[in-house]
Design a protein around this ligand. Structure first.
Ligand code: GLN
Length: 310
């Protein structure tokens, strides 16, 4: 990788972020998880890491936030390693075209979620992980920490607890899937595991480092450690591109043009395979539950640097 390729990235990232700070934010902080509602809506941070470990950041890039649905990608990465291709008998790989917590397709499709990045799919993935792991919460956290050799990653139990008290949708999804025989473990244990996964906290800097393996064919290029096979890295990126933004996945591809994943904590991770990973955080969400300004920053950045996959 030629270092010159990334010349000017710092200046550009800073000017784009400042520009986006000024625009009116039409979004709202997620309020259905009460604990998320306390977050300062004006936070804005961004961090980009290249596969040769150059780092560029701006704004609130070292402040931690709960990554929420972004953790679904990490859960998928571990589940594929443990379950292999059998996993695809229980969850599909097609875009849902519906909201992340929608129930409608599930009944039509006999309790098989469209993909692993909507809530229903992630609940099935959690069920699979629980079947394989001796100490699911501990083991998953270890997996997450090992990926980027970062011992400072952790669950936020306050956020997990807050979501549990308000998690009626997720309870409906998992009960429906249980009725079709697509959940094998105790429902409350699976839900508890899922809420904890969503509560994991990272800063933009940590998030970009954590996901760098997907920009580098499944290997963390900083530690040289293989996280997933090259074939699985390709597949995970493909699923992120098609499904990472729910019923806004088309819009994200159209405007940003990278595989990515959002979370209702306001974070977005995007991957430019062979080049870099970039994380953005801005807590106000658009109507589809994706960070409003986060998408703007990424659209502007990939357009100006011509670094989309298309
Ligand atoms: N924990 C959230 C939920 O289950 C995750 C959703 C998201 O980030 N899109 O509703």
């Amino acid at each position: 990788m030629k270092a010159e390729k990334f010349i000017g990235y710092q200046k550009l990232l800073s000017s784009i972020t400042v520009e986006c700070q000024k625009i009116d934010d039409i979004g709202n902080v997620a309020s259905y998880i009460p604990e998320l509602h306390h977050i300062d809506p004006n936070k804005l941070g961004v961090h980009l890491t290249t596969i040769d470990n150059q780092n560029f950041s701006f704004g609130d890039s070292t402040e931690k936030f709960s990554i929420q649905s972004i953790s679904k990608v990490l859960a998928l990465a571990l589940a594929i390693e443990l379950e292999g291709d059998n996993l695809w008998n229980r969850v599909g790989v097609e875009p849902s075209g519906t909201a992340f917590n929608s129930l409608v397709q599930l009944e039509y499709e006999n309790g098989i979620p469209r993909n692993p990045l909507i809530n229903a799919g992630a609940l099935v993935i959690c069920d699979i992980l629980i079947s394989h792991l001796k100490k699911p919460k501990y083991d998953f956290l270890e997996f997450t920490r090992n990926i980027s050799e970062n011992p400072n990653l952790n669950y936020n139990s306050k956020i997990a607890e807050s979501e549990k008290l308000a998690g009626f949708r997720n309870a409906s999804l998992i009960n429906l899937m249980r009725s079709y025989g697509n959940i094998n473990n105790d429902i409350n244990i699976v839900l508890d595991f899922y809420f904890n996964l969503c509560s994991i906290e990272m800063s933009c800097q940590e998030l970009a480092h954590e996901f760098l393996f997907l920009a580098s064919d499944g290997i963390n290029p900083v530690t040289n450690q293989r996280i997933v096979s090259s074939r699985r890295s390709k597949r995970i990126n493909a699923i992120m591109l098609m499904c990472g933004f729910y019923d806004e996945a088309g819009e994200f591809s159209f405007k940003v043009g990278l595989p990515g994943k959002s979370g209702v904590g306001g974070g977005i991770i995007a991957i430019y395979p062979g080049n870099y990973s970039i994380a953005v955080w801005s807590p106000k969400l658009n109507k589809k539950g994706n960070s409003y300004k986060g998408m703007k920053v990424l659209e502007s950045f990939t357009t100006k640097t011509r670094s989309s996959i298309f």
